[in-house]
Write a protein that binds this ligand. Structure first.
Ligand SMILES: [Zn+2]
Length: 350
């Protein structure tokens, strides 16, 4: 049977640069948006609302400040209480971006994503992470119509947000290796275009000079690579190109940890572990985490080895339909052994 040529939705707007949030007037005009709902979180509301509103004159803007503790029911209610609009814009951290993505999705409206940090690939992906029945759940939505990343803003957030983005991006390497492993075991078929995109994204990032993680060229590379990773999941129709065993460890930690860390931080540590278990590009991983200061940062977090041990044991049950390295007992055992024997992890868990 012939596989049909597919059409894939991609963002119509992609602006990564200095002061891009102040180009909204032009962007909204170019795309014919006249009536926008603009969602903020606490930080962006306090810091940017006034300046941004001042810079927009030809579009009607309804501003909404969303609290960080909404669940999916609250979001649906909020979405349908809103008057007519032709675009949803969300500016802030991952939570408000996910809220905006879902509100736009439920009202079948375009969504503009304005992330204020590069701490994971959520600002460009088609899924969102929402609370459903009191549990964090990945909910399908749509890829953003536009992504507007302002490097001047992203540059000034604390380092840990950038380090988390690095962790989430590096996981493409272990995720892709898991995906191939899964195919070899007859559980799935790799989508080669999605595979290529995710791989090129992380490889291009790896070649960027890393002496200064606040350097704008570095940040631009990080954001574009995270964006490509997000788009690769639209092509494959699942999260496999950017999410494998390392993400299962992080999802397990979200459930069991006394003090869960940022997504990209947990994923980064799990990526380091899995690269060693897969015995694939582990040295490269080591260098990147060393050079960017990722390892130094996580050493100060008081992470618990016992929690990582339980997360590794739990990983296959997080997604029982998948078949990553951690779905095999022998690799799970090697991962547990690595927790005990690796010098870097010894310093991290001390
Ligand atoms: Zn992730």
């Amino acid at each position: 049977m012939e596989t049909p040529v597919t059409s894939i939705p991609i963002p119509a707007i992609l602006e990564i640069g200095n002061g891009t949030v102040f180009s909204l007037e032009r962007i909204l005009k170019q795309h014919g948006f006249v009536n926008a709902v603009f969602l903020f979180d606490d930080f962006t509301y306090q810091t940017y609302l006034e300046d941004i509103l001042e810079s927009i004159s030809s579009t009607k803007i309804t501003t909404v400040l969303l609290p960080p503790d909404l669940d999916i029911q609250d979001l649906i209610k909020t979405a349908f209480e809103m008057e007519r609009f032709d675009v949803v814009i969300a500016m802030g951290g991952g939570t408000v971006i996910d809220y905006g993505k879902y509100i736009a999705f439920s009202r079948q409206s375009p969504f503009l994503s304005i992330p204020t940090s590069a701490s994971n690939d959520g600002f460009a992906s088609s899924n969102c992470s929402l609370v459903v029945n009191k549990k964090k759940t990945t909910v399908p939505a749509r890829v953003p119509y536009g992504i507007i990343a302002d490097l001047e803003i992203i540059q000034h957030v604390p380092d840990r947000f950038i380090l988390a983005g690095i962790g989430d991006l590096m996981s493409n390497i272990t995720a892709l290796y898991d995906w191939e492993f899964e195919e070899k075991n007859g559980v799935t078929r790799v989508n080669h275009f999605a595979y290529m995109l995710s791989k090129k994204a992380v490889n291009s990032f790896i070649r960027t000079p890393m002496t200064d993680i606040k350097n704008q060229l570095f940040l631009k590379e990080l954001i574009s690579s995270l964006t490509l990773g997000g788009i690769s999941t639209v092509i494959s129709g699942n999260s496999s190109p950017i999410s494998g065993s390392e993400h299962l460890i992080s999802h397990a930690l979200d459930k069991i940890s006394m003090q869960p860390q940022m997504h990209g931080i947990q994923v980064g540590i799990a990526t380091y572990i899995m690269a060693n278990i897969q015995n694939h590009r582990a040295e490269r991983m080591n260098k990147i985490f060393m050079r960017t200061g990722f390892f130094d940062y996580v050493k100060g977090l008081g992470l618990k080895k016992e929690e990582y041990r339980r997360a590794i044991e739990m990983a296959p049950r997080i997604k029982s339909n998948r078949y990553t390295f951690l779905h095999e007992e022998s690799y799970r055992n090697s991962a547990l052994q690595f927790l005990d024997e690796d010098d870097i992890l010894h310093d991290i868990f001390n």
